[in-house]
Write a protein that binds this ligand. Structure first.
Ligand code: AHR
Length: 510
């Protein structure tokens, strides 16, 4: 089966599943996403009154259907960089009275036609949990408390009663709150030093927990592992805020640079380094402060993003457009393979990564695209996310992998294949997710599931294409999709399968 041009394979790679290698229970919150007031994510994305498929509130029903199919669990909102200049009260009350403002982060016009009430209603339509971010760029403790009171207090206060008057007598009971966004980044409105931000985050978190000690608060970590303050930022911020926060955020985006596909395919090694560093730093602060609780990670922005190209494109203009086309990356098969590998990495680290948000959801670096007045469709990245979400259950298992290695310019040596598995001992159902990073050759893989007594392959689906840069577009919305992998067989608990070059595969077994 092996193509001669690739790395020679004398015997099949081996992926050994062992219940003793259990990482954690599968955490549904790893399948979160992110909706920001940015470009056409909200306006002319999830919300397009006048579209033939819009409901009475102006939400596109086709988009809601696709989000349900994708299977998002939490949705972070309303930013992102946008939140650092946002006044949440602009987005409540009668729509015709809402102010129109400039959004400095994305140089756009914000009409406030969607605010927290509409977004909470939209989350209910999609079956997702709302994860809220507060503005710690231009605002502080009081505004965060006001928003918390508006969303979560049952009744009998001015803000809770305002929510009821605006149509929602039941509180939203939002559990997860982000204390600002990327405050380490010089691009952030109200950017601060780690000391300044750590002190503000600690004050805000303490006050929010006075209102409700059971909230889950996420303090801003680094906006990338290449930030000059990476590591030190986390240390300083956590030394300020350790007692009052529960999670620290990580953000990471990857892209192919300079035609170096081999390095790009190994991007998850950087994500692993990111996670290891933040866990080590959080645990260092834990021991330094002599605390017993641990701080887990909220990987609340991750994706493929061709940021360099966007920076050079001049798409963020001097004007103040409404719903401009910004950051509308069109993803290839190779992008989806790296993307699937990032999701594998998040699952592999789910003992410490408690939550994650694919950034973003619709039109803006998104798995779902829409055309105003027109159709909506799935990008290549839609498939690994939706399939992993659908098949993963029970315990996450870290497989032992035996494969060949290859050199990358950006990340050193990398394994040719990567994988994670899940197994539910109650139903006896398991799933293995794999990538083949070999750019030239198929890889034959033996998945040793004897310890799980696998007898039957229920489903084997692969994302691959002769053209690794094939994409789904408005003109050809279904060019790329999953295909059944016909090579999968099982003998005595060992599943043998062939993975095409540059591919992502899911195997479900019973
Ligand atoms: O997701 C796009 C942007 O990336 C977000 O607004 C920001 O938090 C990050 O830099």
């Amino acid at each position: 089966m092996n193509d001669q041009a690739g790395i020679q394979q004398a015997r099949p790679d081996r992926v050994t599943l062992d219940p003793a290698e259990r990482v954690a229970d599968l955490k549904p919150r790893l399948f979160g996403s992110f909706v920001e007031h940015l470009g056409r994510c909200v306006y002319n994305g999830i919300y397009e009154p006048g579209h033939p498929l819009a409901d009475a509130q102006g939400f596109r029903r086709d988009v809601v259907e696709l989000v349900r199919e994708l299977g998002t669990t939490t949705i972070r909102y309303p930013g992102g960089n946008f939140v650092s200049g946002y006044r949440w009260e602009d987005g409540i009350g009668p729509r015709e009275q809402r102010p129109v403002r400039r959004d400095l982060a994305w140089h756009s016009l914000e009409t406030n036609q969607i605010g927290v009430d509409e977004f909470a209603a939209w989350c209910r339509l999609t079956g997702s949990e709302l994860m809220m971010a507060v503005n710690l760029g231009t605002r502080g403790v009081q505004e965060a408390l006001d928003l918390l009171e508006y969303t979560n207090h049952p009744s009998g206060t001015t803000l809770a009663d305002a929510r009821a008057a605006n149509g929602s007598p039941e509180p939203y009971d939002i559990r997860m709150w982000c204390l600002g966004n990327e405050m380490d980044g010089p691009w952030q409105v109200g950017h601060m030093s780690a000391d300044e931000y750590g002190a503000l985050a600690a004050r805000t978190a303490s006050a929010m927990k006075m209102a409700d000690p059971s909230l889950e608060l996420v303090v801003c970590g680094s906006s990338g592992s290449s930030m000059p303050t990476f590591g030190e930022w986390e240390r300083v911020v956590l030394e300020h805020a350790y007692d009052s926060v529960d999670l620290v955020s990580c953000h990471a985006y990857y892209q192919e640079r300079g035609g170096d596909l081999k390095s790009f395919l190994a991007s998850s090694l950087d994500m692993q380094y990111f996670i290891d560093t933040v866990v080590a730093t959080a645990d260092h602060v834990k021991h330094k402060l002599r605390r017993s609780k641990s701080i887990d990670l909220s990987f609340d922005e991750w994706n493929i993003w061709y940021l360099d190209e966007h920076r050079e494109s001049g798409e963020i203009t001097e004007g103040w457009p409404y719903a401009p086309r910004l950051l509308e990356d069109v993803y290839s098969v190779a992008d989806a393979v790296v993307f699937g590998n990032l999701l594998i990495t998040l699952l592999k680290n789910s003992d410490r990564v408690a939550s994650a948000s694919l950034a973003q959801l619709v039109n803006v670096i998104a798995p779902i695209m829409t055309e105003p007045g027109g159709p909506s469709w799935r990008q290549t990245t839609f498939f690994p996310f939706a399939t992993t979400r659908r098949l993963a259950r029970g315990d996450v298992l870290r497989p032992r992998i035996s494969t060949q290695r290859y050199d990358t310019a950006a990340h050193g040596e990398a394994d040719l294949i990567d994988s994670v598995a899940t197994f539910d001992s109650v139903s006896g159902k398991g799933a293995v997710f794999l990538v083949n990073r070999d750019v030239e050759a198929s890889r034959n893989v033996a998945i040793d599931a004897r310890s799980l007594r696998a007898t039957r392959v229920v489903e084997a689906s692969t994302l691959a294409d002769d053209d690794v840069y094939a994409r789904n577009t408005l003109a050809d919305q279904t060019r790329v999709g999953l295909s059944r992998n016909e090579t999968a067989t099982v003998t005595d608990g060992v599943i043998e399968i062939t993975l095409p070059p540059v591919s992502w595969t899911a195997v479900a077994f019973a």
